[in-house]
Design a protein around this ligand. Structure first.
Ligand code: FEO
Length: 176
């Protein structure tokens, strides 16, 4: 059974993950209209992943006697000055999400809720991966800058990251 404090904190994270999904969906749309298909596919996949992160929390809350709250979301930015700026925002957002997960883990320790603490370890591990990937991509795009040829190659490169990520997701054991 979840305490009210843990339930509220988990519901806050539901909102964070839902907003992340919207942020990346908006980035996917912008990349698509700008003609970078690889970047768009990558962002669509990121958006789907965030929805999965949200759903995993929703199910956990409901299964543990709480009630997952589906709330209004903050509208994401829909245009960007450059792809560099967009990937900087993605990176910064992932750092923010990691902080939010850390705060949540801290509350579970304060409340001595070891079941929720254990459940959240999946998110801790996931954030390490997401931050590392965002940093790798950001470093690449910072090297390229505004070079059109570089962006074209980057768009093809990132397509491979998306394909590899979805291939490993489809062979990985079902997430609990
Ligand atoms: Fe669900 Fe990218 O954090």
């Amino acid at each position: 059974m979840l305490s009210k404090k843990i339930e509220d904190a988990l519901n806050n994270q539901v909102k964070v993950e839902a907003e992340s999904s919207q942020i990346y969906l908006a980035m996917a749309c912008w990349a698509e209209v700008k003609g970078l298909e690889g970047v768009a596919d990558f962002m669509y996949a990121q958006s789907d992943e965030e929805r999965e992160h949200m759903l995993k929390l929703v199910k956990f809350i409901n299964e543990r006697g709480g009630h997952a709250q589906i709330s209004a979301l903050k509208a994401p930015g829909v245009t960007f000055n450059s792809f560099q700026e967009m990937f900087q925002l993605l990176h910064d957002h992932e750092v923010f999400v990691s902080g939010s997960i850390n705060d949540l883990v801290h509350i579970t320790l304060e409340e001595k809720d070891y079941a929720t603490h254990n459940f959240l370890q999946w998110y801790v591990a996931e954030q390490i991966e997401e931050e590392a990937m965002a940093k790798t991509i950001l470093d690449k795009i910072n090297l390229i800058g505004d070079d059109k040829g570089g962006l074209y190659l980057f768009d093809r490169d990132i397509q491979q990251i998306t394909t590899r990520a979805s291939a490993s997701a489809s062979v990985a054991p079902a997430k609990d």
